[in-house]
Write a protein that binds this ligand. Structure first.
Ligand code: SF4
Ligand code: SF4
Ligand code: FES
Length: 310
């Protein structure tokens, strides 16, 4: 019998097995990708652009938005490229009338029922597929007030496309906190905390990992939301700088987004080995002390007052 210690050593060793490669054709071009890759991976290897909304490289694919569909020769229906794995000899078409029409309809239905005004790249996507959401009229079912129940982030579910990314990030893909989930069925399906309690009463630990993956801005840091409300948010003049989070020994990489000399957002790179885009409350939100707008004298007076009142 193998000893547990030896088993651990074997598990820790990188596999020396050669990767099995799968060859397929995408838009007439041959490509070879490791077994288990998705059609989307093959398209990315060829530099072919595929629109995605519910997919992210750091999350398990849930394939719910269907904007990434492609045609596979011999398949009865279009397939979601983000989750369909490649097979040897597969022949894929990423653009034709059928694919384009499906993407157009998906975009039109989403844009007629949800506010996509803060979804990056959405206006280009709508133009590319000649999508006319007004054909479907305006759907009132998702219109609702923004939830502002804490000082760190807001939830604007009028912008939610039910992509499940936040649920995955808060759940077993990353955070394992399970503070949010999909509640209701059919037209009533929506993202909610347990028993729809507000965030401070929920299991949320304010890591903000859900904000980091939300593709539409339905989840947004309070600072960004306040600045947008005041007409001050301007990504075109923002710079970003990578640094190391000073709060603990893990040393997560922080990307600080700066506008007009002030930090306005903190993220972490998706391709970072340790964080895979995630942070904790301190890294995500704990930078406000850098620019309180107070003088050093005022800050030390505040600290003295705080310590005497404890
Ligand atoms: S902030 Fe973190 S814990 Fe709270 S809902 Fe988002 S992912 Fe879950
Ligand atoms: S809140 Fe954002 S991440 Fe969560 S399901 Fe809605 S759109 Fe997706
Ligand atoms: S990106 Fe593939 S189904 Fe949403």
């Amino acid at each position: 019998m193998t000893s547990p210690h030896l088993q651990l050593v074997q598990l820790a060793r990188p596999s020396t097995k050669p990767k099995v490669m799968v060859e397929l054709t995408v838009d007439g071009k041959s490509v070879s990708v490791p077994e288990g890759s998705t059609i989307l991976n093959a398209c990315q290897a060829l530099g072919i652009d595929i629109p995605t909304l519910c997919w992210l490289e750091t999350l398990k694919p849930v394939n719910v938005c269907r904007v990434c569909v492609v045609e596979v020769e011999g398949a009865r229906v279009l397939v979601p490229s983000c989750s369909r794995t490649v097979e040897p000899g597969m022949k894929v078409k990423t653009r034709n009338k059928r694919v384009d029409l499906t993407r157009k309809l998906v975009l039109e239905m989403l844009a007629s029922s949800v506010d996509l005004s803060t979804t990056p790249g959405m206006s280009d996507m709508l133009a590319e597929y000649d999508a006319k959401p007004e054909r479907f009229g305006e759907c009132e079912t998702v219109a609702q007030p923004v939830k502002v129940d804490n000082n760190l982030y807001i939830r604007d579910y009028a912008k939610c496309i039910l992509c499940y990314k936040c649920v995955e990030a808060c759940g077993d893909d990353h955070q394992n906190t399970f503070a949010i989930a999909v509640a209701g069925r059919g037209f009533d399906a929506h993202i909610s905390t347990e028993f729809a309690v507000d965030l401070p009463t929920s299991a949320c630990v304010y890591c903000g990992n859900c904000i980091a993956v939300c593709p539409t801005g339905a989840l947004m840091s309070k600072r960004e939301w306040d600045m947008r409300e005041a007409g001050e948010w301007d990504e075109s003049i923002q710079t970003s700088t990578d640094t190391v989070c000073p709060f603990c020994g893990v040393g997560c990489t922080l990307t600080l987004h700066v506008q007009d000399g002030e930090i306005v957002k903190a993220t972490s790179p998706l391709d970072h080995d340790i964080t895979v885009g995630n942070l904790c409350i301190k890294g995500r939100f704990g930078w406000r002390h850098v620019q309180t707008g107070q003088s050093a004298e005022q800050m030390s007076a505040d600290r003295a007052n705080q310590s005497t009142s404890l």
